[in-house]
Write a protein that binds this ligand. Structure first.
Ligand code: CP
Ligand code: NVA
Length: 311
């Protein structure tokens, strides 16, 4: 039996496959112009297939966008919070994966621990998709790159600036910099630096990732400025983070230091008045609502790849 196509870590995926997923997302989105959200793509790559979604953490965008994505691909979904499953009462992940593999055609999991998603995949005979863990958020970054390219053209050779906590979303941008060939500048306090393994791996793969503590230096010449919450789900040191990250707020003055056509991205939910001001969130450079919608389009192509329809 061939191995299922899991979508968990960008490091484990080929650049050509990732590029094919993004290209498919551009084409698929363009071909639906004027359609309602429930209309099904003509090629129906998920026809006869069901996606199970398991949530250990809160979600709005991931939950609804995966549901819309499967409907548009001609498939169906089944959603559960982990706490409502036997998983929440201690049934082993391995056993859960083996059971669900017999009942659905793919599984999307949002988990507290990255290792749990990896373990689920090791025991699953159907594709497993990472819907966010403490370590990464690959579906988000595919949607972000789709948005970037819609606004500013191919991301290869461009400069993106991450400002704030070196968290799970930042980690996937580090992975994506190598895979898609863009430069990533990261401004963060030393105490909240990104995962050192990701940084080491980026260096091994000639990824152009630069670190600084100075937000102004990071955004200089950047085509996109990216922020995220300073306190991610599962973080227990909220007060200390808010203090340390205060100088990293993205405001109009910081955006002015970026490229003249620079856009602002945020995966949402945003904490207005903390990592970003109202003026930037609601201003002309903000593409956050396109970014949220693009979760649907990017995930459709991730699912199509998992089902073997592309790449
Ligand atoms: N950006 C994102 O993943 O949003 P949710 O937490 O609402 O799914
Ligand atoms: N870094 C945030 C992203 C939310 C989509 C978190 O993990 O809570």
């Amino acid at each position: 039996m061939s191995q299922p196509r899991h979508f968990i870590d960008l490091w484990k995926l080929e650049s050509a496959d990732l590029r094919a997923i993004l290209d498919d997302a551009h084409t698929r989105k363009a071909s639906r112009r004027g359609w309602t959200t429930g209309m099904v793509d003509h090629d129906t790559p998920a026809k006869g297939r069901r996606l199970a979604m398991i949530f250990e953490k809160h979600s709005t965008r991931t939950r609804f966008s995966f549901d819309a994505a499967m409907v548009q691909l001609g498939g169906a979904t089944l959603i559960s919070n982990a706490a409502d499953m036997q998983l929440g009462r201690g049934e082993p992940i391995d056993d859960t994966a083996k059971v669900l593999s017999r009942m659905v055609d793919a599984v999307m999991i949002r988990a507290n621990r990255h290792e749990d998603v990896q373990r689920f995949a090791q025991n699953s005979s159907v594709p497993v998709i990472n819907g966010l863990t403490d370590k990464s958020h690959p579906c988000q970054i595919l949607a972000d790159l789709l948005t970037f390219e819609e606004k500013l053209g191919p991301v290869a050779g461009k400069t993106l600036a991450w400002v704030g906590d070196g968290n799970n979303v930042c980690a996937t941008f580090i992975q994506a910099a190598s895979k898609f060939g863009f430069k990533l500048n990261i401004a963060c306090p030393t105490a909240y630096h990104p995962d050192l393994m990701d940084l080491a791996r980026a260096a091994e793969q000639q990824g152009r990732v630069e670190m600084t503590e100075d937000p102004a230096a990071a955004v200089r010449g950047a085509h996109c400025v990216i922020a995220d919450t300073w306190v991610s789900m599962g973080d227990t040191d909220g007060e200390a983070r808010l203090d340390a990250l205060e100088p990293y707020q993205v405001d109009d003055a910081l955006m002015e230091r970026a490229d003249k056509d620079a856009i602002f991205m945020h995966c949402l939910p945003a904490h207005r008045g903390e990592e970003v001001t109202d003026a930037v969130m609601d201003g002309p450079r903000s593409v956050v609502w396109d970014e949220a919608e693009n979760r649907i389009h990017a995930q459709k192509s991730i699912l199509a790849w998992c089902f073997g329809a592309i790449g």
